[in-house]
Write a protein that binds this ligand. Structure first.
Ligand code: FES
Ligand code: ZN
Ligand code: ZN
Length: 327
């Protein structure tokens, strides 16, 4: 016997609620069922509330949004503009073949839709080599170098263009997953810093870092992107992603259907209450930062990582040229 599915009606307008992605339509932890229009309103309301609760930024100051081309950062750029914030986009082309070309294309498409031109930097032009080539020269995993290079350029562009705040598209699944990972491994160093706002350092010229989508789960961000026709690239990075984080995200997503809202509560309770505990327990060892002698960016050593990479790339290229002339 086939069981008849119960029709749900929008809590706000009593029209039939959306059916196509059940886990998203029924916003379990709030006891809500929403139609398209009211889901969009609900989403935007929560983004704004998150920005306000954690004092991320206001409507006066410009915010630089770090765009990877994926759904999270693209939704963030779109929604901040819709809510009336002065949000500009910044994209770093990593030189990872087709994947990077597609990502840049999507960023430009979204820029046209919202009438803004993003800042774009091409790593291959800037450093002299792409992420895969740099990883080969350094004989180290691409992801760890890539993360540090990204951070460098976000900071640099923010400083040079006068942005005091940089926003990234980290979502609830990312944040709750990495919280679980760091708790299980008692990574105090990370738990101290696990908060949706990282304070600016005006002396060093480092911008404030914020995560306005920190309370939005991945499936809701995807639904918002689809309902608003926001272009994004769904190609995963071919150099492999953080496999460990995926395991922890998956654990929480398995528990979620049985205990609605567990992901959100787990993360939110930590940042509202227990994060302070970690901060008071551990004395953070301050690495003394200075300015890089070559590029002036903050660095723990006299020459920063990116300038070291540039020098090593030049070196490797010279050696290649010499080998070529010998043959
Ligand atoms: Fe940086 Fe894949 S996105 S290595
Ligand atoms: Zn409705
Ligand atoms: Zn430097």
């Amino acid at each position: 016997m086939t069981e008849k599915k119960k029709i749900r009606y929008c809590t706000e307008c009593k029209r039939e609620a959306m059916k196509f992605i059940p886990s998203v339509v029924t916003i379990g932890e709030f006891g809500l069922y929403l139609c398209e229009k009211h889901f969009i309103e609900w989403f935007e309301h929560w983004v704004e509330k998150t920005i306000e609760e954690f004092h991320m930024f206001d409507r006066d100051g410009p915010v630089l949004v770090a765009l990877s081309g994926g759904k999270d950062s693209m939704v963030l750029w779109y929604v901040l503009n819709k809510l009336g914030y002065k949000a500009e986009g910044f994209h770093l082309n990593l030189g990872i073949g087709e994947t990077s070309e597609q990502a840049q294309q999507k960023v430009l498409e979204l820029g046209q839709i919202i009438g803004k031109e993003p800042f774009i930097i091409n790593i291959t032009k800037e450093i002299g080599a792409s992420i895969p080539d740099i990883a080969k020269i350094f004989l180290s995993p691409a992801c760890s170098i890539c993360g540090r290079i990204k951070r460098y350029f976000f900071n640099r562009i923010a400083r040079l263009q006068g942005f005091k705040v940089v926003a990234t598209g980290h979502n609830l699944d990312d944040e709750a997953g990495s919280l679980l990972f760091n708790l299980i491994n008692w990574n105090e160093k990370y738990l101290i810093r696990k908060y949706p706002v990282l304070k600016e350092d005006t002396k060093l010229g480092l911008p404030r870092k914020v995560k306005p989508l920190t309370l939005m789960s991945e499936d809701r961000i995807l639904l918002y992107a689809q309902l608003n026709n926001i272009p994004f690239s769904s190609e995963p990075c071919p150099l492999g992603q953080d496999a460990k984080l995926h395991i922890y995200k998956d654990i929480l997503n398995r528990v979620e259907p049985r205990t609605k809202g567990v992901k959100r509560n787990f993360y939110l309770r930590f940042i509202r209450k227990y994060q302070r505990l970690f901060q008071s327990l551990a004395v953070e060892k301050q690495t003394t930062m200075q300015k890089c002698q070559i590029c002036d960016e903050p660095s723990p050593s006299q020459v920063c990582l990116v300038c070291k990479i540039k020098l090593a790339v030049q070196d490797a290229r010279q050696k290649e040229d010499k080998n070529d002339t010998h043959h």
